[in-house]
Design a binder for this molecule. Structure first.
Ligand SMILES: Nc1nc2c(c(=O)[nH]1)N[C@H]1C(S)=C(S)[C@@H](COP(=O)(O)OP(=O)(O)OC[C@H]3O[C@@H](n4cnc5c(=O)[nH]c(N)nc54)[C@H](O)[C@@H]3O)O[C@H]1N2
Ligand SMILES: Nc1nc2c(c(=O)[nH]1)N[C@H]1C(S)=C(S)[C@@H](COP(=O)(O)OP(=O)(O)OC[C@H]3O[C@@H](n4cnc5c(=O)[nH]c(N)nc54)[C@H](O)[C@@H]3O)O[C@H]1N2
Ligand code: SF4
Ligand SMILES: [Mo]
Length: 696
């Protein structure tokens, strides 16, 4: 018997509403839910493959425990007892810092992660906390933390009402948006065009987004900081600064003027590869637009000055008077969120430092690039055990070869993960959560970044398989173990999540409740974004602190970029709409067609280096080397090559049969350098890595 069920797609930040067709408990069809107030029927190939993903035969459905060197199926009690034995022994002998925790990206896509990952961090009592944030968006948390007083106060372009959109280092046509929940951007941009609006994209590649733009400015990787400094310089130099209604709420404007005085367009043009005329024109267009928004993503955060760059994005939004006004860059207010008092303790980092490299704590965590150091360097506090939840650091973190070997040498590894992949193959215990459709969902994370305030609760569309354990129950039992209550603590995770969510909705700004949301399977529309300044601010001054001291200090020390020697190319990443980081290459519908893991290179570079289309290239960096197929294209700037991340599925012990067969690819993080970080956030530098490329 077939039936219809509605759910929220948990795969990326767009949070599309899905209409599922089920035959019994099996998903047989997926369509975009036309009645979803945010996604309006949109869906991408990943959402369309949710049924295949849920039914993947390689998905692990029972706990695995290592015996005599081999992973074997086990019962849940036995698995948690093994975890309790090992962790208790290690903590007693070596202290709490000996256990490291790595929380991966899907934690922000599951209700269990949103509800309990924080408690798990606290329960571990360890300073060795790592997350995917430091290979991603940490610079934005830091810059917004300083500017607005809270690391989650991140403004998003109000795309549905803007006249001018400047996008740097993001390809939302492929990624479907990030720190910007904006399903069906192509339709929204078509509307922008019909209103007479324009979009400019700054990216070293002619991406799908760049193709759709009115103007594409190819930039030198890592050059955005200089471009943005010159744009700010121009606003001051041409008397184009207009704070508008923000004026009483901003401090530090004169300091920003002084600090950017040294960066006229002529100075930065050779550093960013964009002409002075183009920079001046862009500044004028931005200032002239009635309503404009500037947005930067991966290409502005995973670079040497990620925090400075991220800060400058919002400095432009403030100086043009576009922050917090309709059509500008605005702060969403989710149904489970709360209004603030407009003042707070402010933001700081470095309350403690990592043992080996003395890197500062940021948001209570250390940079993922130093996890290998903490595992491999002997001495008190050395990491001997690792807990991963929804993470694949062996593919996602720079100098992955070293980290992978470090993880292999640990005394004990426990992973909460449905797959045996590059990281979890090292597990001593694997605790698999059920498929997404079998668990409740409410997007605790991404309603903070949505272009419209909406709320949608999705109950499980089918009951769990016999013997499955909800991810919330898995996390609560791990919390029990780490808090010293033993392996058998039993709380009803799903019920506890419902109770907490209901409480937050009821005390939230719209007075909703779980009951009200359950009565609206397509979700509730809470309207367009509204102004939130000053209420959202948590700075000590109660103002937007436009020139925070740590940022001013870094800017004062900023140097011109190092010259790239003639025989060297720089690597940037890319995303394809059919991928999702490292874990969706095992879905047949998503990996058919030509291989996605290629090195893209400009024809002039390919000719000079003797690389032929369809041939293979050997790529070498300071830390490692990979060999992969060549794709010659003038979509990429000369001197730059692009390799996507998340591949490299042919390692021993990896059980991803489709990925292994169809396109295992190579791990681009065998090339990225763990010694390069953004100093203020500890974020990894994933883009602009120097390599030599020769025919293989
Ligand atoms: N070179 C380079 N490296 C990069 C990037 C880049 O652009 N270039 N991007 C970086 C970015 S932005 C990110 S976010 C990171 C991602 O880094 P990670 O978070 O470490 O890696 P993912 O590939 O997202 O892996 C997610 C893991 O969660 C598992 N999983 C999937 N669904 C669930 C679930 O519901 N529950 C649980 N418990 N597990 C689940 C998957 O099997 C997989 O093991 O990679 C970073 N690394
Ligand atoms: N299909 C798909 N969607 C995804 C993901 C996925 O793996 N696949 N991952 C999800 C995750 S975890 C994240 S964080 C988001 C990321 O979302 P986006 O940031 O939109 O992702 P990317 O497509 O990597 O876009 C980054 C762009 O930055 C460019 N770039 C590199 N270096 C520089 C530079 O120095 N300056 C400038 N201006 N540009 C530069 C790259 O060429 C690339 O086009 O996507 C999410 N959505
Ligand atoms: S865009 Fe993202 S949320 Fe929407 S269907 Fe695709 S993967 Fe799911
Ligand atoms: Mo990410």
């Amino acid at each position: 018997m077939t039936r219809t069920a509605y759910t929220t797609c948990p795969l990326c930040e767009a949070t599309c509403g899905l209409e599922l067709t089920l035959d019994g408990d099996r998903i047989t069809g997926v369509r975009g839910d036309r009645d979803d107030p945010l996604s309006r029927g949109y869906l991408c190939p990943k959402g369309a493959s949710l049924g295949q993903l849920d039914a993947d035969p390689d998905r692990v459905r029972q706990p695995l425990v290592r015996r005599d060197g081999k992973l074997a199926p086990a019962g849940w009690d036995e698995a948690f007892e093994a975890v309790d034995d090992a962790l208790t022994r290690i903590i007693e002998a070596h202290g709490r810092d000996a256990v490291a925790l790595y929380l991966g990206n899907p934690n922000v896509h599951t209700l269990a992660g949103g509800m309990f990952a924080g408690t798990l961090r606290k329960a571990s009592g360890s300073r060795n906390i790592y997350t995917a944030s430091t290979v991603d968006q940490m610079p934005k948390h830091v810059s917004c933390g300083y500017l607005f007083g809270h690391p989650l106060a991140i403004p998003v372009p109000d795309v549905d009402r803007t006249d001018f959109l400047l996008i740097l280092g993001a390809d939302p046509y492929s990624s479907n948006g990030s720190l910007w929940t904006v399903p069906d951007l192509p339709a929204r941009l078509a509307e922008l065009r019909r209103r007479g609006g324009r979009m400019v994209v700054v990216d070293p590649r002619r991406t799908r987004t760049a193709r759709a733009a009115d103007r594409h400015l190819p930039i030198r990787p890592g050059g955005d900081v200089y471009l943005l400094l010159a744009l700010v310089h121009e606003l001051f130099a041409r008397d184009l600064v207009r704070l508008g209604e923000l004026a009483p709420h901003v401090s530090g404007v004169d300091e920003v003027r002084e600090l950017t005085a040294a960066y006229p367009p002529e100075t930065v043009a050779p550093w960013c590869g964009i002409t002075a005329d183009a920079i001046r024109e862009l500044a004028a267009d931005l200032a002239a637009a009635p309503r404009a928004a500037v947005y930067g993503r991966i290409g502005t955060t995973t670079v040497p000055h990620g925090t400075l760059t991220s800060w400058l994005v919002d400095v432009l939004n403030v100086l043009t008077g576009n922050l917090d006004r309709p059509g500008g860059a605005m702060f969403p207010l989710p149904a489970h969120g709360r209004r603030g008092s407009g003042r707070g303790p402010g933001f700081a980092t470095g309350r403690w430092h990592s043992r080996v490299r003395a890197l500062p704590e940021v948001l209570g965590e250390f940079p993922a690039v130093t996890l290998a150091d903490e595992i491999l360097t002997p001495g008190p506090g050395q990491v001997r055990a690792l807990i991963t939840v929804a993470g694949n650091p062996a593919l996602s973190v720079p100098n992955a070869g070293r980290l992978d070997a470090a993880i292999a040498g640990l005394d004990f590894v426990v992973c909460v993960d449905p797959y045996l992949n590059a990281t979890t193959r090292h597990a001593d215990v694997l605790l698999p959560p059920p498929p997404h459709s079998r668990q409740a969902h409410y997007d605790l994370s991404f309603y903070h970044f949505a272009v419209r305030n909406v709320a949608r609760f999705s109950p499980p569309v089918a009951p769990p398989d016999a013997g499955a354990m909800d991810e919330s129950d898995i996390l609560l039992r791990l919390i029990g173990i780490l808090s010293g209550h033993g392996p058998h603590v039993s709380v009803d995770g799903p019920a506890e999540m419902r109770r907490r969510l209901d409480k937050r909705l009821q005390s939230g700004p719209y007075g909703l409740s779980l009951e009200k949301l359950e009565a609206e399977p397509h979700g509730v529309d809470l309207g367009p974004l509204g102004p939130r300044i000053p209420e959202i601010l948590r700075t000590a001054s109660g103002r937007i602190e436009l020139c925070p001291a740590p940022i001013a200090a870094e800017l004062a020390n900023l140097e011109a970029p190092e010259e790239v020697p003639g025989d060297t190319l720089v690597v940037v990443g890319r995303r394809h709409v059919r991928t999702n980081n490292s874990w969706m290459h095992n879905v047949p519908a998503l990996v058919k067609g030509r291989p996605l893991c290629t090195i893209q290179i400009h024809p002039s570079d390919a000719g000079r280096l003797g690389l032929a289309a369809g041939g293979r290239a050997m790529v070498t960096s300071r830390v490692g080397r990979v060999e992969l197929p060549v794709e010659i294209t003038d979509d990429i700037a000369p001197g730059v090559v692009s390799i996507p991340h998340g591949f490299g599925h042919d390692l021993p012990g990896v059980e991803l049969s489709v990925a292994r067969r169809s396109s295992p690819g190579v791990n681009s993080n065998l090339l990225t350098d763990d010694l390069r970080v953004d100093p203020l956030s500890g974020n990894a530098v994933l883009n602009g890595v120097r390599v030599r490329v020769v025919p293989a």
